[in-house]
Design a protein around this ligand. Sequence first.
Ligand code: ADP
Ligand code: MG
Length: 684
Amino acid sequence: MTAPPPPQDSKPKSAPQKAMEKLGLLRDIDLALHLPMRYEDETRLAPIATLREGEPAQVEGVVVDCQVELRGRRQLLVRMKDESGTLLLRFLHFYPSQQKQMAAGARLRVRGEARVGFFGREMVHPVVKVVDDDTPLAQSLTPVYPASAQLPQAYLRKAVASGLTRADLRELLPAGVVPRGLPSLKEALHYLHHPPPDASQEALHEHHHPAWHRLKFEELLAQQLSQLQAQRERAALVAPALRARPGGLHEKLLAALPFRLTGAQQRVSEEIAQDLARPQPTHRLLQGDVGSGKTVVAALAAAVAIDAGWQCALMAPTEILAEQHFRKLVDWLQPLGLQVAWITGSVKGKARQKMLDAAASGEAQLVVGTHAVIEDKVRFAKLGLAVIDEQHRFGVAQRLALRNKLKAMDLEPHLLMMSATPIPRTLAMTYFADLDVSTIDELPPGRSPIVTKVFADAKRDEVIAKIRGAVGDGAQVYWVCPLVEESEAVDLRNATETHAELSAALPGVSVGLLHGRMSPADKAAVMAQFSGGAMRVLVATTVIEVGVDVPNASLMVIEHAERFGLAQLHQLRGRVGRGSVASVCVLIYTPPLSDTGKSRLKAMAETTDGFEIARRDLDIRGPGEFMGSRQSGAELLRFADLQEDAPLLVAARTLAPRLLDEHPEAARRQVARWLGTKAEFLKA
Ligand code: ADP
Ligand code: MG
């Protein structure tokens, strides 16, 4: 095998080179940071007699005989021995050349897992090297890298070894700032790629070794630096200063609301108002549990922006959610003389053009919609504030598109993001370090707590009887059908069957059906019937997941609850308990339950507190999954573990501002070394 050419080479690329590119192994430093997942020990030889079943080992000996035999199938059998005993090597696939190499008298160094059977010790398809009696043993453990079919281990080993020698691993950090006891980056990487024979495989595997700690620290530092840079870049941008006028729209809206703000709503509104009044773009996350009343806070912020002569855009991840916002905002704002436009994928033709014109001319002061709002064709005359609901449900690319679109204007708009999924503390310190956070930690008064009950599917009839009772008492009911991710068709069939089942079991009760395949107009019609009260039971797929607001609905049944994620279950449950009637959420599961399934349902039954749910969710899933695969930014922390490495995170967080101020060039290199082109993603 030839040594791989440098990755920057412009010659046609070989399959392994392409495979390396796919793994993101482009620069020398990327190769140097491609760490082994485990190691093989070729530094010592075991006497054949000590081989034990299933244990990998390396032995050396001389071939006694070598022949092809037909034992059921053609195979090459090589018998070798050392001073302690004999070992049979068995090859089911082999080349004639191998037979020659391993002829009687040849000295072999063999590595593999032994089997100890009736006929003695044997290895099937071991790795074999022909050696002399003075061929030296490996000086360090042999790295095994994450590879792929197109990327053979041997090729990758060479590529990494040469990347490691070529990469610029100079110390970038000034003396004395690295946590005590950690080696330099260069030492750490050399150690991890080629650990000495006596290295603790356990410390390596569990990432406890100081070399690992150095690496994690470097990574966390790069991440903190890049966030801090983004924050400072943003602070240098200019946004319109939006101040609420006495007697202005903001006050009028407050006076017109059918309720008083909770203390928490007042507090976060005040925090947001202070942001808006500054000539730097707001970058704030408003978090609050489902039903805590975030929409009205967004509407108040919009009122401030509009009153100051600017436009506001509000985006939601789904049409249903966008439409709920739209209705509510129209209810609140139209009586005050404001124009609200509506842009989603399903608004087409003339209607769409009218909306686009209204946004572009500034005639529409508020534009509500789905991600269609960030499409190229949508222009704003004067966008002052963008609100993104359920921001984590938008992908990184979409958020970048939004950012870039907004950037095209003279002045940067303010950005307010909303989420019902609170960010756990360690995540807030890393991925969201660049974000100001306001939290609504109080529900509007008069809500009655939701009682959650868990039933096995066998008790379905009991659940249906409960529904009959609830409807008889004047309540409305949601029945949510399972999510089968792979197949929308199965989703639909389940929902349709359940709809038929409930219609039959509840004569005289109007039972409706809502699913993702319906046209937006049909969905809207069903939602209108349900919120108007004409329809008493709504069977739905997860299209109702977020934002639906029908205060009279007080019973929710979630079928196959074990298939939903914890955050999703919590969101769904938040659809009930919005009125003053005591609400119940019934989780139906089909046994057997997995361990995670069990802990999810248990969490749901034990608490209705969104923060507690988020904490348990993080425990169950870990941060990468918690953030969702769409947030590919989550993959950026390859080495550090946010829970375990919290002390390193704190150290990196403390060092970052100092480094940026006192050693800006070192800070820049640190970020480039670690994040390369990915740094952009962190800003989303
Ligand atoms: P979420 O935070 O989940 O988006 P919403 O904004 O949809 O919550 O509010 C949930 C419900 O509570 C809505 O019907 C809303 O009008 C109502 N609401 C909001 N704030 C208050 C309040 N201070 N007092 C009473 N009801 C409120
Ligand atoms: Mg909401």
